[in-house]
Structures are given as C-alpha cells and as structure tokens.
Design a protein around this ligand. Structure first.
Ligand code: UD1
Length: 450
C-alpha cells in the first residue's frame, strides 16, 4: 500500500535542504511501484478551482512541497482549502484578494497560472512574475499576450503583472489566439480564462500534453464548454459560471517514467501502476530501443524487465507526444551506462543539462555543447557526493545512485521533495537501500504510510 502523504518532519523546504540522501547502489528492485497523481496536473487544477464559486473536490492529489505552496497561495487569496489524505476540498466562493504573494509565487512557476482564473472570476489579478529558474529564463509573454487578445489590460510594474478587464461587464472576450510555441502553461492559463469569457476562444498551436487534457476535463466537469484538448487547436465557448465537481487527477507520467528507468538501470523486474500507457509512449519506445523490455500488463499497469547491458541511442526533447523534457535527465543516467555514444538534445529549456556535471562526478563520460550532451557509455558509475540542481536532476541522481558501486550522497533534496511524492519510501518498498539523514541526526525513515 502506498503512502498518501509526507510525514511532517519533511514538510518544509528548509528541512529538505538540510537533509542528505544516502544511496547504497547495487540493490535489485522487485514488486510494484505505486504512482501518485500528476504534479503538473494537480497544480493547475488547484488554480482552476478559482473558477468555481462552490466546493470543488480533487482526488488523487500528490503530497508535495509544490502542492503545499499552491494551497498556501490559494489560502492567501481567501480560498478555503482542506486536505483529507489524497483528497482536497477547495471553496473559492469568497475570493478576498486579487494579489498573490511574491514570496510564494517566486518559489513556484505554476502559481503564475492563477492569473487566468483570477482575472476571469474577479476582473482583476495581480501576480508577481515567477522569475527565472534553474532550468532557464521561462518568460510569460505568451500568457500576457493571450490575455490582452481577450481584452484584458495587462501591464508589468516593478515585477508584478497587473491585469484587469476594462469596462463595466467585467468579462473577457473570446478571441482567436495563436501561440508562438505550444507552451503548456500559456495553453492552461488561457484555457481557464476563456471558460468564463464572452464568446468563443480558439487556441491555435496549443500544447497537447496530457495535463492540458486533464485540465480541460476538469473544467468540463465544472460545466465549461471545451473541445479539441489533446490536439493543437482548442476551442472554448465561454459560459457565465461554473459549478461544483468531484474530480480525480491523472497518474503522474513523469513519476511513472522515473520508476521504469529505476527498474531498467538496476536490471530489475518491477511493475508500475497506475499509469496511462499512452502517456508514456515516447519513453517506452526509447527504453525498448536501448534494450529494456517494457510490457503493458493491464490497461493501467506497466512492467519493466531490465537487461544485463544497454545500447546507446539518441534522443531530443520535444513537446508532447515527443520525448518529454521532464524525463531527459533521468534517461541520461541510463544512457551514461549504455554501450556506445548517445546524443541528447534539449530543445525545450536552455539550461537543463546541469545534472551532467554531477553525473560526471560519478564517473559518467559526458560532454556538453550548447543544448547537446554527448554521452560515451561507461561500464559502471561510482558512488560520490552530488548535489541536485533542479527537480528532475535530483531524480536522475537518485537513479544513478541506485546503479552505482558504493554510496552516493545527494544534497539539494528540496528539489526532490518539490515534485516526487514519497519517492524514497516507494523505492525502499521495492528493495532499494537509501536513507535520509537530517542535519547531524542519525538516519531516519523520513516517509511513513498514513
Ligand atoms: C510545464 C511543466 C514543466 C515542463 C514544461 C514543458 C508545469 C507546472 N510545468 O512548464 O514541468 O517541463 O511544461 O513540458 O506544468 N515560453 C515562452 N513564453 C511563455 C511561456 C513559455 O517563451 O510565455 C517558453 C519557455 O521558456 C520554454 C517553452 O516555452 O522554453 C516551454 O515552456 P512551457 O511549456 O510554457 O513550460 P511550463 O508551462 O512553464
């Protein structure tokens, strides 16, 4: 049985950043990895709850620092938020604030996405710019231009985006919006804003990620009229208001993919569920190319059977259904141990190869040129002290540590705790040998089932 929430001793970012994860490599894994609800869906669905003036219940919400922060942001806006295990009940009947707090928004880019629903509900929204982040500049120009096309007045003043709907009717106007690139966040912001707009909005070159489809389904469950989500053209016919719903978040395809690689890199045989196998098509194809066996055992369950040796392959990250940028770092750990030369091209974010330096400390042979990593497979990695530079880099280093000879000590766990629900507890259940050590304290089992 999988745990449903983090224990309180790992709940803050400060505690996570003081802790170190010791990973003893070489253990074979077995059993079933339980996949939590999708972080990137849950975060935007929480923002979407602002659209609804009644109770909104979300199930299968993962227990993560990022979710805690998003709940805090909603609470500062006046939304009542209650957690009951993996379910959240939110009530945004009285939104008392139109301004989101900088301290929280700056820690979590997805919190910027509240600008769409907040503006649609209140006619005004003030949200600080989320700022840069470790993986790249990540601008919000597409969000802003889309809202302007829908009639909002949007200005940026001293780092805060001020948006309001001019006129007395306080409703956004449907518009035809072409996105310069299929941004996930911009598609989500504009789709949420358009649900309550007057008339029809057409989003062209929209993102097709499963999380976009999940948001569309959630909004539809609240009475929104949306079609085309999952294709590159989404059409939203605005309605005057939305209503209560009870909705379950989809499984996290990135967490599932991380477990598949954990099975492969440790030459193990494990199952991973619940999953939607189609959401992992690109990752499964690459795993099969390098030599792992991946079986769809049931409509919501995958099995990975590791090989003794893997062969090199090339990959480039692309918008869905291409290979996800959020799986690039983890896959690179496997390629570091695959025979031959692999080339990985990161097309989505400009600074998302920082894990290379840390993998190199473990004995990987990787050279970076611009957005390209050239990997010369080595027969083994060695445990070493390493530091996580961002969320998916932290997962990549855990995977490398599971496969390495000796002990890897991983710092920067605030990144891991941002986006993985009980990862180390789940890996321990599969037989991995890892312990979190807090400050000077003795090793403790950080996560426990509740
Ligand atoms: C979301 C995911 C993140 C994932 C990414 C790409 C969440 C909370 N995060 O991030 O895990 O890695 O999708 O799949 O869902 N861009 C602009 N202008 C904009 C918006 C984006 O130029 O206004 C650029 C970005 O800098 C980036 C690219 O578009 O180079 C893709 O970004 P985007 O799809 O928007 O990513 P996020 O929504 O931030």
């Amino acid at each position: 049985m999988a745990p449903s929430s983090r224990s309180s001793n790992s709940a803050s970012s400060a505690e996570s950043s003081n802790a170190v994860l010791h990973i003893q490599g070489g253990a074979r894994l077995s059993g079933q990895a339980h996949v939590s609800g999708a972080k990137n869906s849950a975060l935007v669905l929480l923002a979407g709850a602002l659209l609804c003036p009644q109770d909104c219940r979300l199930r299968n919400v993962p227990s993560l620092l990022d979710i805690d922060r998003m709940m805090e942001i909603l609470a500062t806006l006046g939304v009542k938020v209650e957690r009951d295990g993996t379910a959240l009940v939110m009530n945004a009947s009285h939104i008392s604030q139109s301004k989101a707090p900088y301290e929280l928004v700056s820690q979590l880019r997805a919190s910027f996405f509240i600008i769409g629903p907040l503006l649609a509900r209140l006619g005004i929204a003030r949200v600080p710019l989320p700022g840069g982040c470790a993986i790249g500049a990540r601008p919000v120009d597409l969000h802003v231009r889309g809202l302007q096309a829908m009639g909002a007045n949007v200005q940026i003043d001293r780092g805060v985006v001020h948006a309001y709907i001019p006129g007395v009717r306080k409703r956004l106007q449907g518009a035809r919006i072409y996105l310069d690139c299929p941004s996930v966040g911009a598609t989500e912001t504009l789709m949420m804003a358009a649900t309550l707009a007057e008339g029809e909005t057409i989003l062209e070159n929209a993102a097709q990620e499963p999380e976009v489809v999940d948001l569309a389904n959630f909004c539809r469950a609240m009475g929104a009229k949306i079609r085309g989500a999952g294709t590159n053209t989404i059409v939203i016919s605005g309605v005057p208001s939305l209503h209560t719903t009870d909705y379950a978040v989809i499984p996290d395809r990135i967490e599932a993919g991380t477990f598949l690689i954990a099975g492969a890199i440790t030459h193990s045989d494990i199952t991973v569920s619940p999953v939607v196998p189609e959401h992992l098509t690109a990752v499964i194809a690459k795993l099969r190319t390098v030599g792992a066996t991946v079986l769809v055992e049931a409509p919501n369950r995958l099995r990975v059977i590791g090989a003794d040796r893997y062969r090199a392959t090339d990959l480039k990250t692309l918008p869905y259904p291409g290979f996800p940028t959020d799986m690039q770092a983890q896959f690179m750990s496997l390629l570091a141990l695959s025979e031959g030369n692999s080339i990985v091209i990161e097309n989505i974010f400009e600074n998302r190869l920082r894990h290379v330096a840390e993998l190199s400390r473990m004995g990987a042979d990787i050279r970076v040129e611009g957005n390209t990593a050239i990997i010369c497979g080595v027969p083994k990695l060695s445990g070493a002290p390493v530091v996580a530079t961002d969320l998916r880099a932290s997962a990549a280093l855990v995977l490398a540590g599971l496969a390495a000879e000796g002990t890897t000590t991983l710092q920067g766990l605030q990144h891991l705790d941002r986006g993985y629900d009980n990862l180390e507890w789940k890996l321990k259940q599969l037989g991995a040998d890892l312990r979190r050590i807090h400050g000077d304290a003795e090793p403790v089992l950080t996560y426990a089932p509740v």
